[in-house]
Design a protein. Sequence first.
Length: 341
Amino acid sequence: MPGGRLTHDERRQIAAHVADGLGYAEIARRLGRPTSTISREVARNGGPGGYLADPAQQATGRRARRRGPYRTVSPTATHDFAERLAALMSETGLPRMPSRVFVCLLTTESGSLTAAELATRLQVSPASVSKAIAYLHPLGLVGREPDPGGRRERYVVHEDSWLRAWTADTRAHDKVAEATRDGIEILGADTAAGIRLARMGRFFAWISEEMASTVLTEPAVHNALTVLAALVHAARPLTVDELAAALTLPRERVADGLNALIQRPAIADPLTVRHADTGTYTITTRPDRLTPAQRAALTTPSGRSPSAPTGGSPSGPTGGSPSSSNGGSPPDPGGPSPSSP
């Protein structure tokens, strides 16, 4: 680990950055540490919502004092367990070789190996290892880090690998929901195909938002709600810089808040953020909360809905969210209504 063990001062910086809603990669860049070091430190000491510098420092001292003599582990028992776990993971849908590579990293004391070391341990070709890593890396299950002793890469299992995989899966469901909305525009919202796509889109949006609600940190949600309140109060298009100046917040926090509102529409439900080509942001009602007939009935005589300020087209997912309307239950497969996704 570059620079040795984390110092108390570094832990204070980590706590401050986590509280500000910064990601592990950005914190690692600022401290000159590997991302895995930061994610492991936070995961071991309360997670993103509970990390504190002083308790983390004390816990590290206790762990160091508790370390006992080296324990001898049977290579045969380890191998048999790894093969059994890999077979079980294959049954969940992960291909066989990526399962073996992932479990091999998981059961290694250091949590990291080079491609050559993986090939030797698994008795497979380097090409097989390379293909497995290419499958695992986009899922967030395996990371890459430079080998301190040479120019090769080391493959690692991050402490938050499951969170990374969960987030990647959330994005995949999000993309499906977005695609269904494109199809509805092409086929028409009132056609049989459009109605089927709408039901499908609401279901995948619900899955995405339910999953996403478990990964947002408290500071990120706070930033998003502050920005949301500012846009509602202003009732006019505002840029990131205008919001930052009015709220006396760093530009990065305002941008993070806007991104959270766009990427996690459940936060603002039943409202959504619109991003115009001019770079401004406004708030309007979510398009799936009212049917076209309901919107027409609510339109003022001037032809403009009082709850829908202009400002461009939605730039983020706008699928329904049962967590804010029906207690977290799956969406009703029937048509949209003001009270159901």
